[in-house]
Structure formats: structure tokens, C-alpha cells
Design a protein around this ligand. Structure first.
Ligand code: BGC
Length: 755
């Protein structure tokens, strides 16, 4: 075939495929329209109405009418918290008795797994492993979809700079770049090969927008922020989720600069639907439409429904404002039927895409549910994800330990015939390692093994294990201390597990004091005083403050809430079967007074030269500016050394790329994985730019002694930001580039971007 023919045939194929795709697309749109045409106004409003099921609740319950009867009348488009084949089939059957027979959508908070609980999202973010995060969402979707769920209210992509806010556990931390990549991974993971596959869940990017910046870290509180911060920091992960094809968005409880997000046209219509061309639908948060009344933004439910729907909110979760008022609002001429049709079209389209019109019971499959129920591979994947999420914060020589080395990893052989004391309220607990937003199953106690059991399995009978709880998580009593001290005294090594209970971080779980609860710090001190080699593990849903522990205990592991396989994953890390590789996705403060704390701050006109500089600079007289552990921080059992940065040029021109390389050497004794991080600083901008911004990272595995060159390519795309006119572009000038093992420990170089 000559070239001309070849290109012509190619063109023909493209044209055919394109017209086929258009047709397929059109068919769904046409189908939606054909249904819409037959619907009464009340039925349309019904599609925009979502109720909670009768089995579980994730918010304050509104007194209900007869839900089943309403479903039968076509007054309900979706239900949440209805799971399991039996329940979903039961309600779907009722929906099939309605005049239009429009199937119900079942939504649920599948935040970090369903049958298999994965690490909390913040912990997963610490892995910086996008493929693993995507697989975790994939497995969660597969399990939930087999139980009749169509739609997860995840991922939460709120940027969080305030660890007092309990919901930091649900997101990817403080950074917009990492947060955007993780948002994409999670959306793709949940939605799999596309809606319509029986293992795909619709994703829901939430909470739109800026919810993570609730003043004082107090949940549901107001948010006040500049548009610059909104666009440069808080919106990017949402944009990424929309671009990744998230089927739905959820708005948020907070006001943003005086306007509740739920009634915010700028956010929902101007940005999301118009500028970003989002074609899915927006669901309110739980009663967030009704909450515009106490906000002082709506007079009553009629007014609230009016404000929400005209702002772009398509579905009402649990406030009943739509079902009670929308039809009247249309009849009163306050809301156009076009707006209602637009919302209903968006909702019906997703139902068609899911294939529910062809088979409303498609996702409720007893056999599939059973298979997923007992899927051992999912547990295996969970364990790997948990291992990747564990952060080694410290591993220094213990006074009586081996010279120059930390206690970790523990050596099973050396511990033969010796004694380990396992102390702390988490050692034998099960639920606490699952964390908030996890599900309880009747066989949990057989299926989930504690840290105690996992370590017992790991060391076998040849090592003696002692256990003492020491105290409860939020105890005020020291009663258990004596027993714990005795166990420590009899042991050769002590492993302690302390932290926050599973319901201490999560929705409505803000804390003003984020230190270790109860008397746990005192317990650590008491055990430390025995002089025994000691490892402290911290389980929590947020960055906690534990300065004394950080300053005194030589080996510290941050184990978050790691899910179903937490016990085994922790044992693997402690005994060196997995070499820790995770890096903090949030800065860890020294005190609550530093909050909000984040690495990508502005320099100010009086930057402190260092942590002790107090000479009329921007600093605290009683606290360093720096965090206790910085963003991107995390150790390995091995060490990595970084060469200086080599740039191929110190000049970058638009349209061209610059490369920055470093040689990384595994200079320690163990094989290990490193996350090499690239940060950039724009030295002078039309608006001030952060001192550092993460712009890339690469994960490499190096054998002990091995070296590798890592190269980052930098183009003007990496230098763009929203300026004061909210135009996204780069500005010529000088830039600094940093490559390192965390946001503070970096090598530095510079280049100039020319016009
Ligand atoms: C939360 C949402 C959640 C919804 C449904 C709300 O209270 O803010 O994140 O998806 O409840 O459970």
C-alpha cells in the first residue's frame, strides 16, 4: 500500500470510529431525552431526591415519611447506605413498580475499602504509590459493586493543612500536586474500565470546595480564603478528578467567602460545569441544602431549594428540600424547567451508563457478592498497601543497642530464646486499626488478626512474648502501668503501640488538642525509664503531636490505621520483611499553635534565617517555625545519598525542556525504595509564590550499594500558576530547583526561564 492509500484508509477508519462513538453517545442522550419526555414534573423532582436507607446512617436522621411508598410513586432517585444484595434488590423491586420504572441509584461511602478495609486514604497517600492506590480503589469498587452499590462518595480530594480537622484521614494530605495525582488514581480505580462494567463504581469527588480549610480545623466551620489560594491550592485535585472522568461531585457543608458551597453558583456552575465542562451530576452533602438555613443564607427550605438548584446542585441528599419545594418553585416561576431537565438529564445519563435501565439488578449478584466476600487476593493486596503506607519516623541507635544502628528491623534469629514485651492499648485491638469509615462484619474477629497475633505468628514459639495493655487509649488511670513496667523489665525488647481510637479522626471528629490521648505519653515515659530497647508505633488518623516521644524514643513507626491486614503488615515492617518506604503527605506540627502548617508557605518580608532567629522576623518566640517532621519525610532501614543536581542548561525557553539529574546511591545495608522528590520555587512573581512546590517525584528501588541516575524533565507546564486575574500561566524569570528525600532535605540548583 502506498502512503497516500494508507493515510486515506486510516482517515476512513478514524471517521467511522468517530461517527460510531458519536452515535453511541447520541443513543444514550436520545434515550435520556425519550425518558425525560414522558416524565411528570413530580417524577423529575423525584430523580433529584436522595434518601438514606433504613439500615445505617452517616448523618443526623431526618424524620421520614414512608420511603418505600415514595419510591413506588417515583419520588426517589437514589438511596444511600443501602448495601448488600438483599436490601438493594428489595428496594429496586419497589422502584420497578413505579410508573416510569426508573431504577434507583445506590450510593455509599466506600472510603477505604468495603469488605476488605484498606489503609485510611491519608495513609495510602503516604505510599506515594499511584498504582497501588489505584488498585486499592479498584478492589474496593469490585467488592462494593458486587453487593449492589453503584456509587461511592469518594474520593475526598480536599486539601488539608490543619490536622485538628478530623477529616484529614479521608484525603491525600496537604499538597495540590500529589493530591491531584492521587485524585486521578482513585477516580480511575473506582471507575475501572468504565461505568457499565459490573465491577465499576461511580466516583464522587468531594467536598466541593475548600472544606479542608474550615476555620480552626473545626468540622463544618466556615471557610474564608483568597481566590488565589482557592485556585492554586484547593481546586487542583478537583480539576484533576473532573478530568479523570469522575461521574459525580459532592458539594460541601462550609461557606466559602460568605456563600455556602451548596448554594454557590461560582463553584458549581461557573467553574465545574461551565469552565471545566463537567458532564456528571452534583449531589449535595448530607442535608447541606437544609443547612443553608442555619448558615443564614436561606430563609426556609423553599428558599434553600431555590438557592441550591439555581447554583447548580442537582441532587438533594437527605434534606427533603427538593422533594418538598422544587415542583412549586417551578410552578411559581422561580426555577426554570430547563434547569430541572438539565439536572435530571445528568442523573438519568449516569443510570443509563451504568446499564441500570437494561438490568436494574445488574449489580446485585449473590454469587459475585459471595466471591468477593472471600477473596483472599484482596486481603493480600491490602497487606501490601498497608506495608507501603507505614512511615518510619526514626530509627537511631539505642544507648544499649548495636553501635550506629537503630533497633529496627528486629532480627527474628537474634530474638530466639529471648523475650519481647508488647505493650499498649492497640496491641490486641482490632477495630482501632480499621479506622473511621470502615465497615463491621460479623466474622471480623476471626478474619482480622491483631498486632499481637501477627507478631506471635512471625516469631513462632522460640521467642517468648509478654503482653500488657498499660492503659486504655484515653485513660486517666495509671493502674495498668505496674504490669506494663514489669513486662518491660522481663523483656529484651519492648514494642509499644499507642495512638488514637478509630473514632477520634473522621467526620465531626475535630480535636483542639492533637497530642496522644490519655496517659499514653506517661506510659511511654515509664517504659522508657526501664532502659530497655524500645520501639513505639503510633496508630492514628491524622498527624499527632508527640514531641517527648519523638525526642527520646530511638525507633518510631507511624502506622496510621492500616486496615484488615494491619497486624501482618506491621509485623512485616518490624521484622524487616518489608523495608519501610512511605513519606508523610502532611507536615507534622510541634504544637497546635503552628497550625495551619504546610511546606509550601510564602516567604514573608521578614523570613527567619533559621529556627532560632527571633530578630524581628516572622517567627514564634516560643516555638520554631519548622514542623517536627516535614512534608515528604520518611526513613528506610537503609540510607540514600544524593549527588548534587546536574542541569543540562541553566536557561529554559518556552516550548523547550530542561533536565535536572541526581545520582542516588543506596548507601546502607538493606535493599530499599526511595521516593525522590522534585520541588521548584519561582523567585519573583506577579503574585508571591511559595518557597517550594512539589512538581514531580520518582520511586526507585536500589539494592544495597547500588546507584542510579534520576532525571526530571522540566517544562513551562511545571511553572504555571493562577495569577491575580486567575489566568493560568508561567512568568519568565529565575527559579530554584530542589531535589531531595523530603521537602526540607534537598539539593539545590537554579535556572532562568527566558521569554
Ligand atoms: C459527609 C459526606 C458523606 C455523606 C454521606 C456526610 O456527612 O460529609 O462525606 O459522603 O455524609 O454519608
Amino acid at each position: 500500500m502506498n502512503n497516500k492509500y494508507f493515510y486515506r484508509s486510516l482517515l476512513l477508519i478514524y471517521a467511522t470510529v468517530f461517527s460510531f462513538l458519536c452515535k453511541a453517545q447520541k443513543t444514550i442522550d436520545e434515550k435520556v431525552d425519550s425518558v425525560l419526555k414522558l416524565m411528570t414534573l413530580d417524577e423529575k423532582v423525584g430523580q433529584m431526591n436522595q434518601y438514606n436507607g433504613d439500615w445505617d446512617a452517616t448523618g443526623p436522621i431526618t424524620p421520614q415519611g414512608d420511603k418505600q411508598n415514595q419510591i413506588r410513586k417515583g419520588m426517589v432517585g437514589s438511596m444511600l447506605n443501602v448495601t448488600g444484595v438483599e436490601h438493594t434488590v428489595e428496594l429496586q423491586k419497589i422502584a420497578m413498580q413505579s410508573r416510569m420504572k426508573i431504577p434507583l441509584l445506590f450510593g455509599q461511602d466506600i472510603i477505604h475499602g468495603y469488605r476488605t478495609t484498606f489503609p485510611i486514604p491519608l495513609a495510602e497517600a503516604a505510599s506515594w504509590d499511584l498504582e497501588a492506590i489505584k488498585s486499592s480503589a479498584r478492589i474496593a469498587a469490585t467488592e462494593a459493586a458486587a453487593s449492589g452499590v453503584h456509587w461511592t462518595f469518594a474520593p475526598m480530594v480536599d486539601i488539608a493543612r490543619d490536622p485538628r480537622w478530623g477529616r484529614v484521614m479521608e484525603g491525600a494530605g496537604e499538597d495540590p500536586y500529589l493530591g491531584s495525582l492521587i485524585a486521578t488514581a482513585r477516580v480511575k480505580g473506582f471507575q475501572g474500565k468504565g461505568l457499565g462494567n459490573t465491577d465499576a463504581l461511580m466516583a464522587c469527588a468531594k467536598h466541593f470546595a475548600a472544606y479542608g480549610a474550615a476555620i480552626g480545623g473545626r468540622d463544618y466551620n466556615s471557610v474564608d480564603m483568597s481566590l488565589l489560594t482557592l485556585w492554586n491550592i484547593y481546586l487542583p485535585p478537583f480539576k484533576a478528578a473532573a478530568e479523570a472522568g469522575a461521574a459525580t461531585f459532592m458539594n460541601s457543608f462550609n461557606t466559602l467567602n460568605g456563600i455556602p458551597a451548596t448554594g454557590n453558583k461560582y463553584l458549581q456552575t461557573d467553574i465545574l460545569k461551565d469552565k471545566w465542562r463537567f458532564k456528571g451530576f452534583i449531589v449535595s452533602d448530607w442535608n447541606s441544602i437544609g443547612e443553608m438555613i442555619p448558615h443564614g443564607f436561606a430563609k426556609d427550605n423553599y428558599d434553600a431549594a431555590l438557592k441550591a438548584v439555581t447554583a447548580g446542585n442537582d441532587m438533594d441528599m437527605e434534606s427533603r428540600s427538593y422533594i418538598q419545594n422544587l415542583a412549586k418553585l417551578v410552578k411559581d416561576g422561580k426555577v426554570s424547567i430547563q434547569r430541572i431537565d438539565d439536572a435530571v438529564r445528568r442523573i438519568l445519563k449516569k443510570k443509563f451508563e451504568l446499564g441500570l435501565f437494561d438490568d436494574p439488578y445488574k449489580f446485585s449478584d449473590k454469587k459475585r457478592e459471595q466471591q468477593q466476600w472471600n477473596n483472599k487476593q484482596n486481603l493480600q493486596a491490602e497487606k501490601i498497601m498497608a506495608e507501603k503506607s507505614i512511615v518510619l519516623l526514626k530509627n537511631e541507635p539505642f544507648p544499649s543497642g548495636r553501635a550506629g544502628m537503630g533497633i529496627l528491623p528486629l532480627n527474628k534469629n537474634n530474638l530466639k530464646g529471648k523475650t519481647i514485651a508488647l505493650i499498649g492499648p492497640f496491641i490486641k485491638s482490632i477495630r482501632d486499626n480499621l479506622g473511621f469509615w470502615s465497615y463491621t462484619w460479623p466474622d471480623d474477629s476471626e478474619r482480622i488478626i491483631s498486632i499481637w497475633e501477627a507478631i506471635k505468628n512471625k516469631v513462632g514459639n522460640s521467642t517468648n512474648l509478654l503482653y500488657a495493655k498499660g492503659c486504655n487509649i484515653d485513660d486517666t488511670s495509671h493502674e495498668g502501668f505496674a504490669e506494663a513496667i514489669k513486662a518491660a523489665m522481663e523483656a529484651d525488647v519492648v514494642i509499644m503501640s499507642v495512638g488514637e481510637a478509630a473514632n477520634w479522626s473522621g467526620e465531626a471528629k475535630s480535636r483542639s488538642n492533637i497530642h496522644l490521648p490519655g496517659v499514653q505519653k506517661e506510659l511511654i515515659k515509664a517504659i522508657y525509664a526501664t532502659g530497655k530497647p524500645i520501639v513505639v508505633m503510633i496508630n492514628a488518623g491524622r498527624p499527632l503531636i508527640f514531641n517527648w516521644t519523638a525526642d527520646h524514643i530511638p525507633s518510631i513507626v507511624y502506622a496510621w490505621w492500616l486496615g484488615t491486614e494491619a497486624g501482618d503488615a506491621i509485623a512485616d515492617v518490624l521484622f524487616g520483611d518489608y523495608n519501610p518506604s512511605a513519606k508523610l503527605p502532611m507536615s507534622f506540627p510541634r504544637a497546635e499553635g503552628q497550625i495551619p502548617i504546610y511546606y509550601n508557605y510564602f516567604n514573608t518580608g521578614r523570613p527567619a534565617k533559621n529556627d532560632s532567629d527571633l530578630n524581628y522576623v516572622s517567627a514564634y518566640i516560643d516555638l520554631p517555625n519548622s514542623p517536627k517532621f516535614p512534608f515528604g519525610y520518611g526513613l528506610s532501614y537503609t540510607t540514600f545519598s544524593y549527588s548534587d543536581i546536574k542541569l543540562n542548561s541553566t536557561i529554559l525557553r518556552p516550548g523547550k525542556a530542561l533536565t535536572a539529574s541526581v545520582v542516588i546511591t543506596n548507601s546502607g545495608k538493606y535493599d530499599g525504595k526511595e521516593t525522590v522528590q522534585l520541588y521548584i520555587r519561582d523567585m519573583v512573581g506577579s503574585v508571591v509564590r511559595p518557597v517550594k512546590e512539589l512538581k514531580g517525584f520518582q520511586q526507585i528501588f536500589l539494592k544495597a550499594g547500588e546507584s542510579k541516575t534520576i532525571t526530571f524533565k522540566i517544562t513551562t507546564d511545571d511553572l504555571k500558576f493562577y495569577n491575580d486575574k486567575l489566568i493560568y500561566n508561567y512568568e519568565p524569570g529565575d527559579f530554584k530547583i530542589f531535589i531531595g528525600t523530603n521537602s526540607e532535605d534537598v539539593k539545590e540548583a537554579g535556572f532562568t526561564l527566558q521569554k
